[in-house]
Design a protein around this ligand. Structure first.
Ligand SMILES: [Zn+2]
Length: 467
């Protein structure tokens, strides 16, 4: 390695290590969220402590991964074991963050296999990474990955997804992409396309994107006013629907579920007095994980009014769909009352892209939830899954969550086969959230092969171009 090579690689390696340390810290935060959110505890206070004797951890013991190693997995004070889950989650997050950074910005595009995984917007230009230009999109991706890991762990343990874990990447995706687009156009001027996938601003700043697309995620074309109108109309519809719920004009679905569950559990207690203590523990959701939660889970599919509740959810969705259609008509360039022609500002195009992504991701899960519940009479997929995929759509655009939704079914089948082969702990029923999360990561990392596959399936002359 020559001196010049060394100076070229040094900043990248330093950044990679920094990203790894950052990932481990996010893993540490994930551990805190996974432990505290389902228990309704605060996130910032109280300070981290031993779950058995409540001795506070010192700053050294709080260091991700190494803290656990220093303690050798036992509390310094009471010697009780500290779960290896903590350092494992921290190491996993560090590896995911470093892996994405390496694939996106360090591995050159001409390296076989590994170089082809990165999206076009992370391509390097004459050895210069575009990282400085596209880091907001990358940061949004990392935030989504971290949330997906956290949602997976909580969902697998408790069969619920704390919605705040979905709202954070949802908000970041919408505001982050839009803010980035606004900043970009203010600083560099409007982009014009000079070659497929290559855009140039008046100050000659280059912006590389997937062929046919203008941003790092799917967006309507700059003159796609119908889609922009639909996105904005849908948001107004969502506000209206939530207002109707707040004023009691639409009833919240599954509002009587807790009441029904308590009654059903009480009846069970009478039926099987021996198991009574176990069942009650499961109901409180404070017990250790495992059998108890499964009994709560199989109770949940016995709730008899799932069909009736779907009517309430359809009523909630009616203003969203209705106003999206109205929005598309109002801005419609061909004769809408507020007909728009010409190119929309980039921030509005990108904002619409994030919103349409969220609607598509949440919508596909919600549609299957409603159809499945109506068909089988028991609740199919949770509203947590709807929020999860809405977050994926806001961060990555509409294509990824739709692909991931269908891919999740295959992940579920693979999991069931693995359980049948290996038996034991893997055999327990899994909620759908972890499958959705794993499928999302597979879509993000498997884009080049998905593009080839979809190209063949649709009869295109080559791979499709997906951002
Ligand atoms: Zn202790």
């Amino acid at each position: 390695m020559s001196m010049a090579d060394f100076y070229m690689w040094l900043p990248r390696i330093t950044t990679l290590l920094f990203i790894g340390a950052f990932g481990a810290s996010v893993g540490s935060l994930t551990n805190v969220l996974v432990y505290r959110l389902p228990r309704g505890l605060g996130v910032v206070t109280p300070a981290s402590r031993c779950p058995s004797c409540e001795t506070k951890l010192t700053w050294r013991e709080n260091i991700p991964i190494f803290g656990w190693l220093i303690l050798r997995g036992r509390c310094r004070f009471c010697q009780s074991k500290i779960s290896p889950e903590y350092p494992i989650v921290e190491a996993l997050m560090a590896m995911l963050f470093m892996g994405f950074y390496a694939l996106w910005y360090v591995v050159p595009a001409d390296v076989p296999f590994w170089g082809s995984i990165k999206p076009e917007w992370a391509l390097t230009d004459e050895g210069m990474a575009f990282a400085y230009q596209t880091w907001p999109a990358f940061a949004i991706l990392l935030a989504l990955v971290a949330s997906l890991v956290a949602m997976t762990i909580v969902d697998a343990k408790t069969y619920t997804i704390p919605l705040v874990l979905a709202w954070v990447p949802l908000g970041l995706g919408i505001l982050g992409h839009t803010g980035h687009a606004l900043w970009f156009e203010l600083h560099h001027g409007a982009m014009t396309q000079t070659a497929p996938g290559l855009w140039i601003t008046p100050d000659r700043t280059r912006w590389i994107s997937e062929i046919g697309w203008q941003w790092t995620i799917t967006t309507p074309a700059g003159d796609g006013w119908r889609w922009i109108g639909a996105a904005l109309g849908g948001v107004v519809g969502l506000i209206v629907a939530n207002a109707l719920v707040a004023f009691g004009l639409i009833r919240r679905s599954f509002a009587d579920y807790d009441e029904w569950e308590a009654k059903a559990l009480a009846e069970r207690q009478v039926e099987t007095p021996g198991d009574a203590a176990k069942v009650v523990e499961g109901a409180c959701k404070t017990s250790k994980q495992g059998e108890n939660d499964e009994s709560a889970a199989d109770l949940w599919i016995q709730y008899p009014h799932a069909r009736r509740e779907m009517v309430k959810e359809l009523a909630f969705l009616a203003p969203v769909v209705g106003l999206a259609i109205v929005g598309a008509w109002v801005l419609n360039p061909a004769g809408g009352p507020l007909a728009q022609t010409g190119v929309a500002p980039l921030w509005l195009t990108v904002l619409s892209g994030t919103l349409l992504g969220a609607f598509a991701g949440g919508g596909v899960v919600w549609a299957v939830r409603i159809l499945g519940s109506l068909a089988f009479g028991k609740e199919a997929m949770g509203l947590g899954d709807v929020h999860l995929m809405a977050a994926v759509g806001a961060c990555l655009g509409w294509i990824d969550p739709v692909l991931a939704f269908f891919g999740a079914a295959f992940v579920g089948v693979a999991w069931a086969l693995l359980g049948a082969l290996l038996g034991g702990k893997l055999r327990r029923a899994m909620p759908y959230g972890p499958f959705l999360a794993i499928a999302t990561l597979m879509v993000v990392l498997g884009k080049p092969w998905i593009e080839v596959l979809l190209g063949r399936l649709t009869g295109a002359s080559g791979p499709l171009h997906l951002p």
